[in-house]
Design a protein around this ligand. Structure first.
Ligand code: IVH
Length: 752
C-alpha cells in the first residue's frame, strides 16, 4: 500500500482506503484466530491498524460502524482447556554446521568430564507440532499441545481421531506420557488443499500449518476428516523408566504400538552423527513429509539426567538444521519499527516471494550498519555491499525465524536507487533517536511519551511468559491504548479497567462491538487473577532492557521478594551511575588513545571515577551483591538499576502497578527438602569429581543459588585445590568453607 499523507487524501479516497483497511484487518483476524494460518505478519497487521487509526483521526466523520479500531479480534472466543505439563515441554538448541555439532559433543563431554567417545541417537526433526499424550493404566486420558512449554491446550478429543495414536496400550507403566510430532504427509496435504479449494474453503500454506490447523479444531469431527500422523520420539512423566538408553526407550515406544521414525540410528560420535545427517539430507526429498533437520540425543539416560536442562532446552540434545531455503526478490520499501525499548528496527518490505513453502513479504534488516554492509565491529559484510530500496536481494528463512536477507545483486540495481539514510528522529513520536557509543542500535529517546514504545511495552507486559492475561493480547492492548473511553497507557491501567468501566454507566465495554456480557466478565476475572503474580513474571513483564526471562528468574531466585529487590535497586543506584560514568570515561580515553590501547591506562581512568569520592558502604554492598549473581553482568545491572531509579517516570509507573497487585509470589525453592535449598554457594578451585558446570547445575537443581564471587551474603564456599582469593574473601566475611567431598556428602551424592 502506498501510504499517502492523510492531509493529501480527499474524503472520497480516505473513505475507500478505510473500507479496504476494514476488510484487510478482518480477513487477517479470522486467518489468525480461526484458521491458525496468519496471512500477514504481526508487523504488517500492526501497520494496517496504525494506518486505520491515523485516517480515523484525520477523518473522524468517516469512521466506520464496523471500525477495526473498535474490535478486539476473535481471541475472546471460547478456546481449548488448559493443561499444565507435569514435565515441561522444551525446545531444542540449534546447530547450523558441522563445527556446531562437534562443539556440542565437546561441551557434553566436558560438562560430564567424560573421557572417550559418547553415543548419541540421530533422527529426523519432523516439521509438525509437538503433542503430549498421557496414558494412565494404559488408557489414553489426555492429549495436550506444547503451548508455552509449561501449559498446553487440551486437544484430547482431536488426538483420539489420529490413527497413529493408540487408545490403549498393553503392558504400559501406570503413568506414561508419550511425546512426539503430529504432521501431515505431502500427499495428504495436496489432497486436503484440493478438497478445500473445491469446497471454496481456504487452502493451507504448507503441511505444518495444515497439521496445526487440523489439530486445533474445536470440532473433533473436522480433525477426524483430516489425515494426521504421529511420530513418537520422547516422553514426559513416567511412573517407571522406559529403559536405560534413548534408543532402547524408543524401541519400547515402538513395542507399545507407536510409530517411531525408521531413520533413527545410534551413532558412536560426531563422525557418525554427521554421516547420518548427510544420509537423512539425501533422503529428505523422497520421505513424503517435511523435516527440517536432524536431532541428536545423548543415548545414555543416566547421562541425560546428569546433563539436565538450561531454562528452555536440554543440555543433552541438539537440532542440526538443514541449510535455509533461498529465493530472490525486490526491496520495495524500508520501514522503521519502534520496539518496546525504543530500538528502531529497519524492515525491508519485499515483493512477495515463496521461500520454502511460505510467502515472505518482509525481512529484518537488523540495524543501520547492517544495511550499509558492516557488522557491529565495523567490518565489511557481503563485501561491503549495502541494501537500497529497489534492490534485487536474496531472502532466506532458517526454521521459524523471521526471514533475512543474505545478499544483493548489484547488476540489477536500478540507476535511481539511493543509499538508505537511517532516520535520526523516531518515526512514531519525533523524538531524537540516538546511538550510544558501542551500541549498534539507534533508540528513540521519547520513553513513555512515544506511543510505539508505550504499546510495545504493554504487549510485552501481557505476553505469554509475562502476565499472560487471557482475553488481553497484543491486539486488545493496541485497542485499549488508543481508546478514549477506557485508555490503557501503563500496566497499572489494566488493573483499573473494571473500576473505570463501572464508573461509566452509559457506555459500558460489554455493549461495544467485539465484546459482550460474557467476554467482559471473563476479562475482568482474568485480570483479577493476575493480581497475584510470581516475582519472575513481574520482573520479566516490566520489559526492562536486557532483563529477559533467564535474568528475571535469576533475580527472583536471588532476591525472593519485590521489597528486597527494589530496596537493593534503590541502594545500588549511585553505584550504577558511577558505573556509567566510568564506562563513558573509558570510552573517551579509548577513543583518544585508540592507537596506544593501553589497558592499564583505561583501568586507571575507571578506578579514578570509582574512587573519586567513596560511595556509602551499603551502596557498594548492594551493587556488588547484584553483580555477584551468576549471569548478571554490569550492562544488565545498569539497565535494571537505572530504569527503576527512584523518582523517574518509569518508577512511578512501576510503583502504581505494584500498588494494584495483591501478592507477588517468590520462586519455588526447586527442591525445598534439599539441605542446600536457599543457600548461596560459591565454587572455587578445581573440582575433581565433576566439572564446575555440572556442580553449578546440580546445586541449582537442588535449590541453591550459585554466585560468582564471595560476599557477606555467601553461605558456603566449596573450595577445591588451588582456591585463591575467594578463600581469603571467605575468611574475611566469615563464610563457611568446605571441600568437594564434604559438599558431595552434604548433597547426598558420591559424585560419579
Ligand atoms: S526432542 C526435550 N526429537 O522440535 C526435547 N523434538 O525445536 C524434546 N521435534 O519442540 C524434543 N522432531 O516439537 C525432538 N525427533 C525429534 C523432533 C523434535 C521434531 C520438534 C519438537 C520440539 C522442537 C524443538
Amino acid at each position: 500500500m502506498d501510504a499517502k499523507d492523510p492531509d493529501q487524501l480527499s474524503p472520497g479516497e480516505a473513505q475507500a482506503e478505510l473500507a479496504a483497511l476494514a476488510q484487510a484487518i478482518s480477513a487477517a483476524n479470522s486467518a489468525y484466530h480461526t484458521d491458525d494460518a496468519p496471512v500477514i505478519s504481526d508487523a504488517e497487521y500492526d501497520a494496517l491498524k496504525r494506518r486505520n487509526s491515523l485516517l480515523e483521526q484525520h477523518f473522524p466523520q468517516l469512521k466506520r460502524q464496523d471500525s477495526p479500531s473498535e474490535q478486539v479480534g476473535a481471541a475472546l472466543a471460547e478456546g481449548f482447556g488448559k493443561v499444565p505439563h507435569r514435565v515441561a515441554m522444551l525446545s531444542l538448541e540449534n546447530a547450523f554446521d558441522d563445527a556446531d555439532v562437534t562443539d556440542f559433543d565437546e561441551r557434553v563431554r566436558s560438562f560430564l568430564n567424560h573421557q572417550g567417545a559418547l553415543s548419541y541417537t540421530a533422527e529426523p526433526k519432523i516439521d509438525g507440532l509437538s503433542l503430549s499424550l498421557r496414558y494412565e493404566q494404559g488408557v489414553l486420558v489426555q492429549a495436550a499441545t506444547r503451548g508455552d512449554g509449561a501449559t498446553g491446550e487440551n486437544v484430547t478429543a482431536n488426538a483420539r481421531t489420529i490413527p497413529d495414536i493408540p487408545q490403549t496400550i498393553a503392558g504400559a507403566p501406570e503413568v506414561l506420557e508419550v511425546r512426539g510430532e503430529v504432521y501431515m504427509s505431502h500427499a495428504d496435504f495436496a489432497a486436503l488443499n484440493a478438497r478445500q479449494l473445491a469446497a471454496g474453503e481456504k487452502v493451507f500454506a504448507n503441511p505444518r500449518n495444515a497439521a496445526a490447523g487440523s489439530l486445533r479444531q474445536l470440532d473433533a469431527s473436522i480433525t477426524a476428516a483430516r489425515p494426521l500422523k504421529f511420530f513418537a520420539y520422547a516422553w514426559g512423566e513416567l511412573s517407571q523408566p522406559l529403559a536405560a538408553t534413548q534408543s532402547a526407550a524408543i524401541a519400547q515406544l515402538a513395542a507399545f504400538g507407536f510409530q517411531t521414525n525408521p531413520l533413527t540410528v545410534l551413532c558412536a560420535g560426531p563422525d557418525e552423527m554427521l554421516a547420518q545427517y548427510r544420509l537423512i539430507g539425501e533422503r529428505r526429498a523422497s520421505l513424503g513429509y517435511d523435516i527440517d533437520g536432524v536431532v541428536y540425543k545423548v543415548d545414555d539416560l543416566a547421562l541425560q539426567a546428569r546433563l539436565g536442562f538450561r531454562s528452555t532446552t536440554p543440555r543433552w540434545a541438539i537440532a542440526h538444521k538443514f541449510p535455509a531455503e533461498l529465493a530472490w526478490t525486490w526491496i520495495e520499501a524500508i520501514d522503521i519499527q519502534v520496539g518496546r525499548t525504543g530500538a528502531l528496527s529497519p524492515v525491508a518490505r519485499l515483493t512477495p516471494v515463496t521461500v520454502g513453502g511460505v510467502v515472505v513479504s518482509n525481512a529484518t534488516l537488523h540495524n543501520e550498519d547492517y544495511i550499509q554492509g558492516r557488522n557491529s565491529a565495523g567490518e565489511e559484510i557481503r563485501g561491503g555491499r549495502d541494501f537500497r530500496i529497489g534492490d534485487f536481494v536474496q531472502v532466506y528463512r532458517a526454521g521459524d525465524v523471521i526471514p533475512k536477507l543474505a545478499d544483493v545483486d548489484l547488476t540489477k540495481r536500478p540507476d535511481t536507487a539511493q543509499p538508505y539514510h537511517f532516520p535520526e528522529t523516531c518515526p512514531q513520536c519525533g523524538s531524537p533517536a540516538i546511538r550510544a557509543p558501542g551500541d549498534s542500535v539507534r533508540r528513540c529517546t521519547g520513553g513513555l511519551i512515544c506511543p510505539a514504545q508505550g504499546v510495545e511495552r504493554l504487549k510485552h507486559f501481557v505476553s505469554r511468559n509475562a502476565f499472560d492475561i487471557e482475553g488481553l493480547g497484543a491486539k486488545q492492548v493496541e485497542m485499549f491504548y488508543h481508546d478514549d473511553l477506557l485508555p490503557v497507557k501503563t500496566p497499572a491501567d489494566i488493573f483499573t479497567l473494571e473500576e473505570r468501566d463501572n464508573a461509566n454507566p452509559l457506555q459500558k465495554l460489554k455493549n461495544r462491538d467485539g465484546f459482550g456480557e460474557t467476554s467482559v466478565k471473563k476479562l475482568w476475572a482474568a485480570i483479577e487473577e493476575r493480581r497475584r503474580i510470581s516475582l519472575e513474571r513481574l520482573l520479566f513483564g516490566l520489559g526492562i532492557r536486557d532483563v529477559g526471562e533467564g535474568a528475571a528468574r535469576d533475580l527472583a531466585r536471588y532476591y525472593h521478594s519485590w521489597t528486597a529487590l527494589i530496596g537493593a535497586v534503590d541502594l545500588a543506584h549511585p553505584a550504577a551511575l558511577r558505573q556509567i560514568a566510568a564506562d563513558e570515561a573509558e570510552a573517551q580515553e579509548r577513543a583518544e588513545a585508540s592507537h596506544q590501547g593501553r589497558r592499564a591506562q583505561l583501568a586507571k581512568v575507571r578506578a579514578a571515577i570509582w574512587e573519586a569520592d567513596p560511595l556509602p558502604s551499603e551502596t557498594t554492598a548492594a551493587w556488588s551483591d547484584l553483580l555477584s549473581i551468576d549471569g548478571i553482568g554490569a550492562v544488565l545491572a545498569v539497565s535494571l538499576v537505572t530504569s527503576l531509579a527512584p523518582g523517574g517516570h518509569e518508577r512511578e509507573a512501576v510503583d502504581a502497578l505494584i500498588a494494584q497487585l495483591r501478592e507477588i509470589t517468590p520462586p519455588p525453592a526447586r527442591a525445598s527438602a534439599s539441605p542446600v535449598a536457599g543457600l548461596t554457594v560459591v565454587f572455587t578451585g578445581s573440582l575433581e569429581k565433576m566439572t564446575r558446570a555440572e556442580a553449578k547445575a546440580r546445586a541449582e537443581a537442588l535449590g541453591a543459588k550459585v554466585a560468582g564471587s564471595v560476599s557477606a551474603k555467601t553461605d558456603l564456599l566449596v573450595a577445591g585445590p588451588g582456591a585463591g582469593s575467594k578463600a581469603k574473601d571467605a575468611e574475611k566475611h566469615g563464610v563457611k568453607m568446605i571441600d568437594e567431598d564434604a559438599w558431595l556428602a552434604l548433597i547426598g551424592s558420591s559424585g560419579a
